[in-house]
Design a protein around this ligand. Sequence first.
Ligand SMILES: [Zn+2]
Length: 181
Amino acid sequence: MWQRRLPELPPWPVSPRPFPEEALGSWLGRVAARYRMSVQHLCHEHELQLDLETSRAGWLVLPVVADPTIRQLARLARLEEGRLQEIQTPTSEATNWRIQFYCARCLFLNPVDVAAPRWKRVWLDPEVTVCEVHGTPLVSVASSALHRCKNFDQTLKVIGRIELKRTRKLPGLRDMRYSRH
Ligand SMILES: [Zn+2]
C-alpha cells in the first residue's frame, strides 16, 4: 500500500531548556509535561526512536541515545546537539537498577530556577551516595514507581507523596535500606 511520507515536523513552539546538571530523561519528561502528554506519546508523535522500555526506571533513566535521535531532538527543541549530548545518562548500569537515588531538597529546589525541578545526572553515578550540595545521604525510590509515571510532572507527584510519608515517618519507609547493586 502506498504510504504518504509525513513532512518533517516543525520545532516545538516552546521547550524547556536543559539544565547542565540534569539527566536527559528528566529534560524529556519536562518537555512532555509542558505539552501535557506522556513521554511515550511525545515520541510517537515525532517518530523519535527512543528506547523507553529497557530501563527499569523507564524514560527517566534512558540508555544512551543514538546520534540521529539526539539530532532530531535538538532540532525540535532548537538546541545545540552538544547541550543534549552532555546530559546523556553517564552509565548504562543505572538503567538496570531496581531503585534510583535522589536528594529531595535538590530535586525540588533548583537554585537556577525554583519553578523547574529536575532529576540530576549525578544521581545516576553508582559511586555517588551522598548529596554533593547538602552532604546528606541520597534516598531511594523503586525504579518501577518511576517507570509508571507518564511525564516529569507525575514523577514529581510520586516523589512528593513519598517524601510526605517519609516526613511523617510512616512504618515501612522509615527503615528502607538499599544498596545500589
Ligand atoms: Zn541535595
